[in-house]
Write a protein that binds this ligand. Structure first.
Ligand code: ZN
Ligand code: ZN
Length: 441
């Protein structure tokens, strides 16, 4: 008896193949034109069709990788039909042999199993490269949402940052299905199993659980670059920015790199803000505010504490480990919300705020110019520093800042940073700005 085939529903077969094949096969089986089935001693289920085609479903092999005598390379209708015809075949075989367990094949009651039960040996079967990939992802840390099997949804699944893995057949890795390009046998399947193990250890009864995967080594509360960043911030707060020496810039640089290599995107951003605040203090900028330094120091310490073991939030959220520092976006529509000009001596900085209708996120596109007046201005020269309207006429993304702030932009070459800063590529025609009507949906 092939428990894996019995566990397949038309829905799960469709996710291995497609609905068209499933519908056609079900129709043929209903009309009595399905394959004739036989089960060999090793468990291989053989489906023989009227035209002589033979599909062989071997145990432990997915529908895609099992054999069929037809020339199709992917999952063909023969394999689909053989799988779908199996439950009825198994049931009548059982009845003939005089029963056995009562109705093992009847009604698809869901089985409360956890993919966390899948053993390491089975994962090893996915190959060393796949395992290494999964380990690298775990070292960086990631958050997964684990959904257990229930009466409504008999297929347990794990939602990873970039894809979702579904376990169609209990305890059978061959039927773990991922919606990434590889579809099966990928590193996500390994991560999903690990996520279930983590969830089982924490709370085996919750129907849905958010867990974090992180290496024990990385999780240990050992001294890391984040502690150094907190130390630096504390030094500035305690000793005062007045005493901060220029030599600090090397320390900033080293720390920023260390945070970046750990993937700590948010602390890295905070450190950048701190250095900028310090530079403003040194240049006696009107934009320097002591509260900013305090706020950043507090942020760093708060993130450090919140990322400790057994904290309420997954550390990856707090540190931004899952965030990409910069993401290239190939299709993006943004709506201009307005602009702001910052003035400081000869420096003008324009910030245009853009709303992303799909997510409600607000992104910022900014540009800074310095209009240093010549030491001896020629007689009768006009003021070289442009005012707001003049800045609005300056060019950005094939339009002007004014048009961008009041229009909507469609771009195939934009880059978004984790901190919501956005830049537009310069390729001709990749970005276009058109007027908007205020209709923001
Ligand atoms: Zn076939
Ligand atoms: Zn995958």
């Amino acid at each position: 008896m092939r428990a894996d085939l019995l566990a397949l529903t038309p829905e799960s077969v469709a996710s291995l193949a497609n609905w068209g094949l499933v519908k056609r096969a079900l129709k043929e089986i209903d009309a009595g034109q399905g394959p004739s089935l036989a089960e060999e001693d090793d468990g291989t289920v053989v489906g023989t069709f009227g035209d002589g085609t033979v599909a062989r479903l071997s145990p432990g092999v997915s529908l895609r990788d099992t054999r069929c005598s037809c020339p199709a390379t992917g999952v063909c209708r023969h394999r689909v039909a053989t799988a779908l015809a199996y439950p009825a075949f198994a049931k009548s075989a059982l009845a003939e042999s005089g029963g056995g367990e009562e109705d093992a094949t009847d009604a698809k009651t869901f089985e409360a199993w956890s993919p966390g039960e899948i053993v390491d040996e089975a994962l090893d079967g996915l190959g060393r490269r796949t395992l290494d990939e999964a380990k690298t992802a775990r070292r960086r840390g990631l958050v997964a949402v684990v959904r257990r099997a229930s009466a409504d949804e008999p297929t347990p699944s794990a939602e990873l940052p970039s894809c979702t893995v579904r376990f169609l057949v209990p305890r059978d890795l061959a039927y773990a299905r991922c919606d990434c390009r590889l579809a099966q046998g990928c590193s996500h399947v390994v991560l999903a199993v690990w996520a279930f193990r983590e969830a089982d250890a924490r709370d085996a009864s919750a129907s849905e659980l958010t867990v974090e995967l992180r290496d024990a080594g990385a999780r240990a509360d050992e001294h890391g670059p984040l502690d150094d960043a907190v130390g630096l911030a504390r030094h500035l707060v305690v000793d005062g920015v007045t005493h901060a020496r220029e030599a600090l810039s090397q320390r900033f640089e080293r720390l920023r790199r260390a945070l970046a290599s750990e993937g700590h995107v948010w602390p890295e951003d905070a450190l950048e803000d701190l250095e900028r605040a310090l530079a403003r203090y040194r240049s006696r900028s009107a934009r320097y505010r002591a509260e900013d330094v305090l706020a950043i120091a507090a942020e760093l310490e708060a993130r450090r504490r919140a990322s400790r073991r057994d904290a309420a939030l997954p550390a990856a959220h707090v540190l931004g480990t899952g965030e990409k520092h910069e993401t290239a976006l190939d299709h993006l529509r943004l709506v201009g919300l307005g602009a702001r000009v910052e003035v400081e001596g000869p420096v003008r900085r324009v910030e245009v705020f853009l709303g992303e209708p799909d997510t409600g996120a607000v992104l910022v596109c900014s540009k800074e110019w310095s209009f240093e007046a010549p030491a001896t201005p020629p007689i009768g020269a006009v003021d070289p520093v442009p005012d707001g309207p003049a800045l609005a006429r300056r060019k950005i993304a094939g339009a002007t800042f004014g048009q961008l702030a009041a229009g909507q932009v469609v771009s195939r070459a934009a880059k978004r940073r984790a901190n919501r800063a956005i830049t537009f590529g310069s390729a001709h025609g990749s970005t276009s700005v058109v007027p908007q009507t205020g209709d923001w949906d």
